[in-house]
Ligand binder design. Structure first.
Ligand code: ACO
Length: 269
């Protein structure tokens, strides 16, 4: 964190992104409304750079889409021979050098880096979703800690329908949230989930009428910032490991974290 330089406005624009820093809050906008906020490899590597460049003072990251759509997913031009101008698509690489597993693996890993940092304990990431979140867009929402959906939101894991698998870190949160059976059904039918169903499936922490989305997210950000930063980070770290720990291990982790908190509180008193 804080290693890379924040991408310039020009670099963000070339990646189809916007970014605004407001104290402890960073707002990232997927900003290609004329392509329904389709994303390219550059979008994901630039997201990764944003993650690497954030200062320690950032506590909340809000991701949203410009206009009425969150994101239509991967730019379908990435599957065409010409690809996206100025970018080598993975598809083209798979055509030109199909046996270079290491290069393909590194390419996908670089894209995944754009998603992985959103789980970092020191920040809370929020996806504010209106309209469609398809494929890579749905996975971006899944990478966030909290999803606030407008009532017009529509989620779809489209990759299998296109002959692909979801590879932008979405399969684990999807299974964690809805269970493996429902995840199989959603992915292998590539059907669209409404906001109401998303709430029932625990894919949304909140669903609000579309005109109230921004206000609902602002209220959530305010509530998150009211909690002391160190306690918030320590608690998120605990919660993230809870699923994979057995009870004694998690209880020990709670003790360790609490002792650190107590010492910090005593030192600060
Ligand atoms: N990639 C590139 N261009 C796109 C994409 C995309 N993913 N999605 C939309 N566009 C373009 C359209 O081609 C169209 O361009 P045009 O104005 O030059 O004709 C423009 O954006 C508007 O799209 P419409 O389809 O007219 O918009 P509408 O609001 O009716 O529908 C929707 C939006 C539902 C998102 C639809 O565009 C769609 O289904 N897009 C494709 C979604 C998709 O298959 N994504 C890949 C998922 S898999 C993955 O992400 C790995």
């Amino acid at each position: 964190m804080g290693q890379a330089t924040i991408p310039s406005t020009e670099e963000l624009a070339a990646a189809g992104l916007g970014m605004a820093v407001d104290g402890a809050v960073v707002r990232i906008t997927i900003a290609r409304p004329e392509r329904r906020n389709a994303m390219t490899g550059r979008t994901w590597t630039t997201l990764a750079r944003i993650g690497q460049s954030l200062s320690e003072s950032v506590r909340v990251v809000v991701i949203t889409g410009e206009g009425a759509t969150f994101s239509s997913g991967i730019d379908l031009a990435m599957f065409e021979p010409g690809g996206v101008p100025g970018e080598e698509s993975l598809f083209a690489r798979a055509v030109s050098d199909p046996d270079d597993t290491a290069a393909l693996d590194a390419g996908i890993a670089a894209y995944q880096d754009g998603y992985l940092w959103l789980r970092r304990p020191g920040i809370v990431s929020i996806a504010a979703v209106r309209g469609h979140a398809i494929g890579a867009g749905f996975q971006l929402a899944l990478a966030c800690d909290i999803r606030v959906l407008a009532d017009d939101a529509q989620l779809c894991m489209k990759e299998p329908a296109l002959g692909l698998v979801p590879d932008l870190t979405g399969t684990k949160p999807l299974v964690d949230l809805v269970g493996v059976n429902r995840a199989i059904e959603l992915c292998l039918t590539a059907r669209t989930v409404s906001a109401q169903e998303a709430h029932e499936l625990r894919l949304a922490e909140r669903v609000v009428p579309e005109p109230q989305l921004d206000a609902a997210v602002a209220d959530l950000v305010e509530a998150l910032l009211a909690t002391p930063a160190e306690a918030a980070a320590a608690t998120k770290a605990l919660l993230l490991q809870a699923r994979n720990n057995d009870l004694p291990t998690q209880a020990r982790a709670e003790r360790t974290a609490q002792i650190a908190r107590l010492r910090a509180l005593v030192a600060g008193a």
